[in-house]
Design a protein around this ligand. Structure first.
Ligand code: SAM
Length: 242
């Protein structure tokens, strides 16, 4: 259950510094020196960040994708969203451990995980047009027709993904459930803000390889000899106002 989850009023009030301390903006110290920063502000405003999150892994589970992408995109902030408390804590602790093991290189400073229900209030975490990639890796299939409304892809959720994504950004999906694959393709293709990216354009793309081989579910499907269905969608430019 997610009744105990809290959401920031807007992305600006989130304390992202807790998640990415290496990316806290240093230049803000000038205002402290000249005394213009009030006591109040010290207490409530989160630190300014030198970068914004650009990649979100929705339903990140134990973080296989995050940990594999971190060194491949070292200058990009990547965030996992996961609804299970203990799983979220596992990912946070593992990120901290990897950071201290790699302190000399600074690797893994760019990943973190929050506990959130990604089906709710996504725009409270991300600004309009902030994200360049969203990953939906092996989402829960919710097989029964009456459970389809719990699927992480739907017309209304796709509008939320469209809102937080930059034009030209990409949604990456992978599943071993053919019916869910077809559902995701149908819903993204039907949405005016997205078009499917052709398979030959993504063949060998590093993110696709990571999704197939580094996610916990991807590994499980590999062991069981299952099929992995991949589909990628491009966030289109919004049409001009009439
Ligand atoms: N993406 C990982 C992978 O590929 O190995 C985990 C896949 S697992 C089948 C689905 C994950 O989504 C679970 O960890 C589950 O707790 C999480 N999840 C389900 N619904 C969610 C929601 N509404 N918001 C955030 N996470 C969710």
């Amino acid at each position: 259950s997610d009744h105990d989850l809290t959401y920031p009023e807007s992305p600006d009030v989130m304390d992202w510094g807790q998640h990415y301390p290496a990316f806290i903006e240093q230049s803000g110290s000038a205002s402290i020196e000249n005394g213009s920063r009030s006591e109040d502000q010290d207490d409530v405003s989160p630190p300014k960040m030198s970068k914004q999150i650009e990649v979100a892994d929705i339903g990140c589970g134990f973080g296989g994708l995050l940990f594999a992408l971190a060194p491949k995109l070292p200058d990009t902030l990547i965030l996992g969203l996961e609804i299970r408390t203990s799983v979220t804590e596992f990912v946070q602790e593992k990120a901290k451990a990897l950071r201290s093991q790699n302190a000399a290189t600074g690797l893994y400073n760019n990943i973190s995980c929050i506990r959130a229900n990604a089906m709710k209030f996504l725009p409270n975490f991300f600004h309009k047009a902030q994200l360049s990639k969203i990953f939906l890796c092996f989402p829960d299939p919710h097989f029964k027709a009456r459970k389809h409304k719990q699927r992480i892809v739907s017309t209304s959720l796709n509008s939320e993904y469209a809102f937080v994504m930059k034009p030209g950004g990409r949604v990456y999906t992978i599943t071993d459930v053919e019916d869910l694959h077809l559902w995701m393709v149908e819903h993204f293709e039907a949405h005016p803000s997205f078009e499917r990216v052709k398979d030959d354009e993504v063949e060998g793309e590093v993110c696709v390889e990571v999704m197939k081989t580094e996610t916990e579910e991807g590994k499980k499907v590999e062991r069981n000899g299952g099929t992995k269905y991949v589909a990628i969608f491009r966030r289109l430019e919004d049409p001009p106002w009439p």
